[in-house]
Design a protein around this ligand. Sequence first.
Ligand code: AMP
Ligand code: ZN
Ligand code: FE
Ligand code: FE
Length: 296
Amino acid sequence: MRLDLHMHTTASDGENTPAELVAMAREAGLDVIAITDHDSTDGVLPAREAAAREGASEWPRVLAGIELSAEEPPEPGSGKETGDDVHMLGYLLDLESRELQDELILFREDRYTRGERIVEKLAALGMPLQWERVLAAAGQDERKGAGGKPSIGRPHIARAMVEAGYVGSVREAFDLYIRNDGPAYVARRRLSPEDAVAMIHRAGGVAVLAHPGLLKDPRAMIERLVKAGLDGVEVYHPDNRSDLRLNLLAWAAAHDLIVTGGSDFHGRSTKSNRLGQENPPAEMVAALEARAARMR
Ligand code: AMP
Ligand code: ZN
Ligand code: FE
Ligand code: FE
């Protein structure tokens, strides 16, 4: 069985619609996928519909997922206004939880006005962008969901900057202007990693720390979040080096954490991640289901 439990659609900053992603997952020979958009679950049901369109049963199987954007407070004395991003994956959540969807609508409203403020900063730096081009980069045609604003992220702004010719690539847009604490950076509404775990639990989901390889001190974060009820850790991810993966497996065993993995695919022209590239062990699906059942 082949799986990939981390990918993004046009419901956030992925380039492909949920239906396109399902077709690509079939091509890649995947049996189980999880749609994990930033601060939105709106891609899950359209993906399920696409997976059930031909044939009687769903292929591939589509797990409900999300990637919540949390943040560490900046280090005291560092002079920085922004801490590091901490992303929390949520699996098997109740998509119809009104409390969850209301919170997500607020997050996306915040992302929208924050995006407009980044665009204002870029204009002040001599790089005016039309907001419509940012929205176009967010390609929201197939969005169906809880309503409110689309999940605007910096990659959408970066793509509009490339289109306008201000930078040569998305990476350059981040490095020069919109990286954390870059000249055009604007912070999002702050959510602590502990609150992200709690929010996923309230919606009946399983909370998994995403790509620990991007954190300054993965071990400290895991130990801290275990106290908050963390359920799992993403071991198989392109940004986790092989030595870290070995450590993560040991820490997961010590703390009874579920081990998960996925490609973090955002589209063929974003980063070099390929759909299905991690091919993590299949038993994690049953482990997630058992944990979710315990939660109810
Ligand atoms: P946001 O959620 O709007 O703060 O944007 C963060 C997203 O931008 C992350 O989830 C990544 O997908 C992407 N990202 C962050 N840093 C970079 C970078 N240096 N180059 C390209 N994409 C990045
Ligand atoms: Zn992303
Ligand atoms: Fe992430
Ligand atoms: Fe991701």
